[in-house]
Design a protein around this ligand. Structure first.
Ligand code: HMG
Ligand code: MG
Length: 307
């Protein structure tokens, strides 16, 4: 029987706000605003930031300026700027913009693969194998997303063996890390505990990340369950903004500052400051009008108002 891991002493936080956060926002931020957002996140201590996606601009207009963001963003020692690449055209654009950290994607369910990427899961595996081959030959570092890993908006529950199979196929293609997406916040902590145990046991905590969306109020509890099983990488979005435009009902990711607050209380080092992050959440909220959904931010605002 699989053994439970103990919680890690340090966790790497992977910031998806400039991509997953903004792709579902009503406002389209300018290139300057996106660059300022990314620079603020780095100043708060984040070292892995997904800066946008090279998807079709008609499919996701919010991501249309990613080429310019990537070209103009000053590179910083020790900071990895990632971008989502769905196909060959996306890879060409990423290479032209000098992005060396690439996120590939697939789904564990057929209907979400069709809705999100206009292809089957198997076709996605073939496309990703070719993208991974080219990108690795070019020295790029790769991450793979498995969407609908805990439930699908069209099919309901998803057999976890399918999630493990898509994960394994990414790793066999030379992808360095796979992030399991709870695209519509369907996961429950008890389910996460069992599934995290299986996936971490099989592939190791250094190769698996967890990507929780806060659709039904359990994202932080799900993160806690994954941490208890030894998760070493968690995805978060500043202010808790975000969602997949091709998954009905999807809402924001777990807020990065809420994750930091959780980790701080567990004495798990993330090298990120929750208080610095909430200054960016306030800027998104008050200056740019991007509505946050972060408990830590709400508490800080309340404390500031009554203190
Ligand atoms: P398609 O329509 O099947 O594309 O879309 P196609 O290959 O048939 O090409 C049609 C046209 O699009 C051609 O142009 C291509 O050049 C162009 P035309 O000849 O008609 O002028 N094209 C592109 N242009 C710019 N950039 C590109 C590109 N590709 C083709 N990359 C495609 C297929 C993959 C492009 C489309 O389905 C797409 O863009 N999907 C992205 C959807 C998306 O971004 N979803 C949100 C991200 S996923 C997510 O949020 C989940 C995650 O957070 C984890 C979780 O929470 O579960 C990661
Ligand atoms: Mg997502």
């Amino acid at each position: 029987m699989a053994q439970s891991h103990s919680p890690a002493r340090a966790v790497r936080l992977f910031e998806v706000g400039p991509r997953d956060g903004l792709q579902n926002a009503r406002q389209i931020l300018s290139v300057e605003q996106k660059i300022e957002l990314i620079e603020r996140l780095v100043a708060a201590g984040l070292r892995d930031v997904e800066i946008g996606s090279f998807v079709h601009p008609r499919w996701v207009p919010q991501m249309s300026g990613t080429d310019e963001v990537a070209t103009r963003l000053p590179r910083r020692e020790g900071v990895r700027y990632w971008a989502l690449v769905p196909n060959e055209r996306g890879l060409e654009r990423a290479v032209a913009a000098g992005v060396r950290h690439l996120c590939l994607l697939n789904s564990a369910s057929e209907s979400h693969a069709g809705s999100n990427l206009n292809r089957t899961v198997a076709a996605g595996q073939r496309i990703n194998a070719e993208l991974a081959r080219q990108a690795r030959a070019d020295g790029a570092v790769l991450r793979g997303y498995v969407s609908t890993a805990f439930g699908c908006p069209f099919e309901g529950s998803v057999d976890f063996d399918r999630v493990l199979a898509v994960t394994e196929s990414f790793l066999e293609q030379g992808v360095d890390e796979v992030s399991l997406g709870d695209t519509i916040g369907a996961a429950h902590p008890l389910q996460v505990r069992e599934k995290a145990r299986r996936v971490l046991e099989r592939f190791g905590p250094e190769r698996i990340a967890f990507h929780f969306h806060e659709t039904r109020g359990l994202a932080l509890a799900n993160a806690f369950a994954a941490l208890e099983e030894g998760a070493g990488v968690l995805d978060g979005s500043v202010g808790g903004v975000g969602g997949c435009p091709y998954a009905p009902g999807a809402s924001g990711n777990v807020a990065t500052e809420d994750l930091v607050h959780l980790l701080d209380g567990m004495n798990i080092d993330s090298r990120v400051s929750a208080d610095e992050l909430v200054t960016t959440t306030r800027w998104l909220d008050e200056t740019l009008g991007v509505r946050p959904a972060s408990s830590y931010y709400a508490w800080r605002r309340g404390a500031a108002a009554t203190g």
